[in-house]
Design a protein around this ligand. Sequence first.
Ligand code: RB5
Length: 149
Amino acid sequence: MKIAIGCDHGGISLKDSVIKAITDNGHEVLDFGTYNTESCDYPDYAYRVAQSVLSGEAQRGILLCGTGIGMSIAANKVKGIRCGHVTDVFSAQMTAEHNNANIIAMGGRITDAETAYQIVTTYLAGKFAGGRHQNRLDKVTKLENGEAL
Ligand code: RB5
């Protein structure tokens, strides 16, 4: 798979580990920045990664900021994006299997590099389980479209 990655200055500490996990598992990295530790705005990178995933250029995305929260909020504002904010390996597996997350977000100020490596490895190996989870995601899509449940 091609994996789009984006980070701000708060998440860049995890970038090398994320890239290593992607390539060690046989995938390709599309790097949308940032490329240094200068202060920048996380929505700019969430937008670029989201567009790459929605266009089909990338199959999944990984976003990094200080906590992962700002990136996940921004990405989830883009129609069609399901971004899981992940801090542990079990959540990484669940957000692939149950939420069919097309992006995950992590925080460079709360998650260490080794955990981030394991999270990415687990997330990229995860397969959506479908079934009752698809029914629930159909309801999420209705919410996205402003429909009542
Ligand atoms: C930047 O200081 C920080 O606010 C950002 O990286 C992120 O953690 C926001 O949620």
